[in-house]
Design a protein around this ligand. Structure first.
Ligand SMILES: [Ca+2]
Ligand SMILES: [Ca+2]
Length: 366
């Protein structure tokens, strides 16, 4: 074996060791390999009889339709760690969402003034509310999600079948409607927002209790996401059990079954961190020229990576995924030898870069 190939393999080993260390620190192996819709965690909710609202602060907050004014706190493995009572409850309290800046949990009031109430997740102290005469307070809502970049909420429920985007606590006209749309499935029970990809996850309550990936501006299903690119995730325990929804720090979804009083963490297939071309470029930069069929094709490979980076930065993930798939064909021949159409011809280098490309495709929802 020639010197450059050895060099590449040695670098590859270092890269793989570092990658394995990062993986071990951030992900469990089960989560890393999960398909959209896979159940990553599941436990019986030890207190609420009919769990509904979901909030996530690193701990899980769950409301109970039967104890209409109490939210319960749990570790992510289901150990109870606290509770708080809502003095403002109308009939019962529904879905929640977390405001990371001020560390508030906000929650939908079902019945009464049908407003949104926010409280300090650490002290329980009330921190503000959005109440008044709005299109979305004409009927009780169910689901709530937060868009931190511009302090707006998404709110909607099966009573109206409309998802509203409304102004948050920092606005003098808090509660004013910024936009709205009507999803094809109107049975909205919970909402969670992925800001990195501008995707609104919508839990529903019906025979199927399907979870949808929606464009938050149009309510159109995002067909590249979900199980097998359907834009949907199956509920693990369907049958009018759909309730609240929240996203964890990895982009996966906490959801509930009302009927069996279980909490589920579901693989969404969509990361909550920005996808990185840098991880591919680092591997490619470390490769010797001899790893490529010729120097021109090395430059071509690097130019494609620049195009992909530009596309991602512009928010165009669909063409970025297509370009990544095309680039993968230039480094997928080994086995024992490169394909005729491969630009990277060293087999060690091929297998160093291919997982990075696959990872980025997956992060982009492809
Ligand atoms: Ca929510
Ligand atoms: Ca090939």
């Amino acid at each position: 074996m020639n010197q450059p190939a050895n060099l590449c393999v040695r670098r590859r080993v270092i890269v793989l060791i570092v990658a394995a260390w990062i993986s071990a620190a951030v992900w469990t192996p089960g989560i890393a390999s999960a398909a959209p819709g896979d159940v990553l965690k599941s436990w019986v909710v030890s207190v609420p009889a009919t769990p509904f609202g979901v909030g996530y602060t690193g701990r899980l907050w769950i409301s109970n339709v039967v104890d209409p004014d109490i939210d319960y706190e749990f570790t992510i493995d289901g150990a109870p760690t606290g509770q708080r009572a809502a003095a403002w409850v109308g009939s019962w309290i529904a879905d929640m969402t977390y405001l990371p800046g001020p560390k508030l949990l906000c929650q939908v009031n079902v019945g009464g003034d049908k407003g949104i109430y926010c409280w300090n997740s650490e002290t329980g102290a009330m921190a503000g509310s959005i109440v008044g005469a709005f299109p979305w307070t004409l009927k009780s809502q169910r689901g709530l999600a937060y868009r931190a970049a511009d302090d707006t909420f998404y709110i909607g429920g099966w009573t109206q079948g409309i998802i509203y985007r409304i102004k948050g606590l920092s606005y003098p006209d808090r509660g004013a409607v910024v936009g709205q749309c009507v999803p094809g499935d109107p049975n909205i029970s919970g909402l969670a927002y992925n800001a990195v990809f501008n995707v609104l996850w919508v839990a529903t309550n019906s025979q199927n209790d399907t979870v949808y990936a929606l464009d938050p501006d149009t309510c159109a299903i995002v067909p590249t996401l979900g199980l097998n690119g359907t834009g949907t995730l199956p509920h693990p325990d369907p049958g009018f059990n759909g309730a609240g929804l929240e996203m964890d720090e990895n982009g996966n979804l906490w959801m509930l079954s009302q009927g069996s009083a279980r909490a589920f963490l579901i693989a969404s297939g969509l990361s909550a961190s920005p996808p990185s071309v840098a991880s591919i470029s680092e591997v490619v930069d470390a490769m010797p020229d001899a790893a490529f069929r010729n120097l021109g094709l090395r430059r071509a490979f690097e130019a494609r990576l620049t195009d992909i980076l530009r596309s991602i930065d512009a928010g165009n993930s669909v063409p970025a995924v297509q370009m990544l798939r095309n680039l993968r064909m230039r480094t997928d021949g080994c086995g024992a030898a490169a394909d005729r159409d491969d630009w990277i011809v060293d087999c060690g280098c091929q297998s160093a870069v291919r997982p990075k490309i696959n990872d980025l495709i997956r992060k982009l929802g492809g």
